[in-house]
Design a binder for this molecule. Sequence first.
Ligand code: KIV
Length: 275
Amino acid sequence: MYVETTSAPARKPVTVPGLGAMKAEGRKIVMLTAYDASFAAQLETAGVDVALVGDSLGMVVQGRSSTLPVTVDDMVYHTAAVARGLAATLLVADLPFMSDRDVPAAMAAATRLVAEGGAAMVKIEGAGRICEVIAALAERDIPVCGHLGLTPQSVNKFGGYKVQGKTDAAAEKLFADAQAVEAAGADLLVLECVPSALAARITQALTIPVIGIGAGVGCDGQVLVVYDMLGLTPGKRPKFSKDFLAGQGSIPSAIRAYADDVRAGAFPGPEHSFS
Ligand code: KIV
């Protein structure tokens, strides 16, 4: 049974400006998904910097074939549960499919994730018209994490979960999109399934921290889906993930091993990356 703890945090809370300072100091940012209080407490104990309540919960928790059916209610429920397990770890929550369709809708969804869920930051997929939404949220002091590359909410447009930015034209578009997301006011950016060299180029060009997943070791930090890195997700493990439970023997040690490897620049290796 999960027992809510009232003990004081043992480490300094991770803040949004603090993430920028980590990039400036060359300290890698460790991010991992969580969907409930028990896993959140494990992230907290392992010293993970950022917990992401991803809409990947639609797939790994709800057993759906994509993230598209996830609702704002689902996200608020899981975000509030995760918040109860955290103390110092920064909490980021996804804006689910179409909750970002216009500024009022995104503002309403983000308000719920922050006020009811306890998120410190919301994550939003895409650029283009999404930059207007990012700017509106940023103007209201709601910190925003952008998400570019393989954006799972666009799976039908992409025709599957495929590496993005592989051609010269696609790489230039992705680079320009990343700059636009930063210019719109985002504080953090996730790059998913992008060739390592392109991700490193974007990371160097941006002031805000860039977190990779399948984007190589040249990013400012890494994120994985917690069930993937524990080998719990049914089916074939994605190339960009690694089973950290194998050889560790316990979930706390596996999460610590992931955090250690990210901080040391030992994960991801070339075998978890795309060229
Ligand atoms: O939903 C999610 O878990 C995510 C990560 C894979 C970055 O967006």
